[in-house]
Design a protein. Structure first.
Length: 141
């Protein structure tokens, strides 16, 4: 389950990185360029990764019996809200007949997407700590 969550996080982060590069190209449309053809693919993968992200995390918390559970649940409520808000913005962009660099630049600047990315960075670090047992501290003499 933790591997699946990490994969979702990586997919969304990769999409964001690609969007930064796409925005910098100054393209008027997604037609006729290699990156233009790829932007919809990256956005589509991000949509799939965002969909159900909080539910997957909630399942991992439950299965792993992570404590304190109420703190995880509170964070997952934030994650769910940010993922849904970001999903709405990404789907709006995907619904456009053409995707310009300026449109992607505006999506990159969306506070909703930035909030989700910050949530994912935090979540990625939590997942890393769950995968790596804490090292015992050396006792001072």
């Amino acid at each position: 389950m933790l591997a699946e969550i990490s994969e979702h996080c990586n997919t969304i982060e990769e999409c964001y990185e690609f969007m930064l590069a796409y925005a910098a190209q100054g393209l008027p449309s997604d037609e006729g360029s290699q990156s233009g053809g790829q932007i919809r693919e990256y956005l589509g993968r991000a949509v799939r990764a965002m969909s159900g992200l909080a539910e997957s995390c909630a399942m991992a918390v439950k299965q792993g019996r992570l404590e304190p559970a109420e703190r995880y649940r509170a964070f997952l409520a934030v994650l769910d809200r940010d993922a849904h808000d970001s999903l709405a913005a990404v789907e709006l962009v995907l619904g456009q007949p053409t995707i310009s660099s300026q449109l992607i630049d505006n999506l990159n600047a969306s506070i909703h997407l930035r909030a989700l990315l910050t949530d994912l960075f935090l979540l990625s670090e939590v997942v890393k700590t769950l995968r790596t047992p804490a090292k015992p501290m050396a006792s001072g003499g």
